[in-house]
Design a binder for this molecule. Structure first.
Ligand SMILES: [Zn+2]
Length: 103
């Protein structure tokens, strides 16, 4: 059990307590919250990285195999195109989630 400092009055409060016994302010373990946000941020950053990579690999592959997306290409180009398409939404979704979690 750790003692944390009350954000309102500076009183030492147990981190298990819901509120400060001195002033009644709700107790929040700010250290833990910060760590959680950093972990969440890392998770979505890696999602953005993979989404971005999938986009690049997908479209480069589609361009290379199909000689351009407009020409129709072969089945392989279609698959790479789909990967690129998913990658964009993956990347944007990760951006959105990061924004949603951090404001
Ligand atoms: Zn207090």
């Amino acid at each position: 059990m750790a003692m944390i400092e009350c954000s309102e009055c500076g009183n030492d409060v147990s981190d298990k307590a819901g509120s400060c016994p001195n002033c009644g302010a709700p107790v929040r373990d700010s250290g833990g919250d910060t760590q959680t946000i950093e972990e969440t941020s890392k998770t979505w950053k890696s999602h953005q990285l993979f989404g971005g990579l999938a986009t690049v690999v997908g479209f480069v592959g589609a361009m290379t195999l199909g000689g351009g997306l407009s020409s129709g290409g072969g089945a392989s180009a279609m698959i790479f195109g789909a990967i690129g398409f998913v990658g964009i939404f993956w990347f944007l979704g990760a951006r959105l989630m990061a924004w949603w979690h951090h404001g």
